[in-house]
Design a protein around this ligand. Structure first.
Ligand SMILES: NC(=O)c1ccc[n+]([C@@H]2O[C@H](COP(=O)([O-])OP(=O)(O)OC[C@H]3O[C@@H](n4cnc5c(N)ncnc54)[C@H](O)[C@@H]3O)[C@@H](O)[C@H]2O)c1
Length: 250
């Protein structure tokens, strides 16, 4: 059992996909969860699910690239639960546009939805984690951050690569405060992000090309995140961990 009891975790983008699975997993391990999502009702649905299973979860609906929204979510969480020790920067957006068709506004939307969200939440929570001398931050990069995105455009690849740099830099700056910062790099994971952007045939083709010839599941990613936020991962920081069925080996 990984001890997350007495811990409070903010999970961004927790209304569906990997974010929801992570919120459920951390709750099962005893953490109080703040489930965030920009999309109406979805964070509340995650909170209702967790609370119906005997966990403790509150929903905060809003955009985590918005500094005032994040500041108010963090302030309310600290006043209600005393602290926030875990931050999962899971929220992300993908567009499958070719480089010459990416408009400046779409470029900014994708950079903001992946990179700025991660920066804004990280900046808001480091001082809170530093107060108790213990903190865990897990950022969502992708195989796109190390290679080239399977389905996303160049803006998505650029944002996910930048998250790896942000992770290493932040990890170095905050290590002495008792805070670890790591990134995970999922391959193709079976969520709505994938289902809405590529056809079933293409998905099957990709799946067959992986050494483990299938898509990953949100629960498999949640297990890795749960390990990284546990005391068992106390000497891991600034790392990027692949979870991709062996995709990058080939
Ligand atoms: N699914 C994959 O194959 C895959 C692979 C590698 C990396 N990732 C990354 O993993 C993370 C989770 O992916 P997923 O597949 O579960 O995605 P998803 O699209 O199913 O879920 C993402 C959630 O984030 C929310 N969100 C987006 N922008 C937000 C914002 N500004 N503020 C708050 N919430 C916001 C969305 O509403 C959505 O509910 C993302 O960062 C994604 O880029 C996904």
């Amino acid at each position: 059992m990984i001890k997350n009891d007495m811990k409070t975790a903010i999970v961004t983008g927790a209304g569906r996909g990997m974010g929801r699975s992570i919120a459920l997993k951390l709750s099962e391990e005893g953490a109080t969860v703040i489930a965030n999502d920009i999309s109406d009702d979805s964070a509340q649905e995650t909170a209702d699910l967790i609370n119906s299973r005997g966990g403790r979860c509150v929903a905060h609906t809003g955009d985590v690239s918005d500094v005032s929204f994040v500041d108010s979510m963090v302030k309310q969480s600290v006043s209600e639960y005393g602290s926030v020790n875990i931050l999962i920067n899971n929220a992300g957006v993908l567009r499958p546009t070719g480089i010459t068709d990416i408009s400046l506004s779409e470029w900014e939307f994708v950079i903001k939805g992946n990179l700025t969200t991660t920066f804004v939440c990280t900046k808001a929570l480091i001082p809170i984690m530093a107060e108790s001398g213990w903190g865990r931050i897990v950022n969502f990069s992708s195989t796109a951050g190390k290679n080239v995105s399977t389905i996303g455009g160049a803006h998505y690849t650029a944002a996910k690569a930048a998250i790896l740099g942000l992770t290493r830099h932040t990890a170095k700056e905050v290590a002495s405060l008792g805070i670890t910062v790591n990134a995970i790099c999922p391959g193709l994971i079976n969520t709505e992000m994938v289902q809405t952007n590529i056809s079933e045939e293409a998905t099957e083709r990709y799946a067959k090309s992986f050494p483990i010839p299938r898509l990953g599941t949100p629960n498999e990613v949640a297990e890795l995140v749960a390990f990284l936020v546990s005391d068992n991962a106390s000497y891991i920081t600034g790392a990027s961990l692949d979870i991709n069925g062996g995709d990058l080996m080939i």
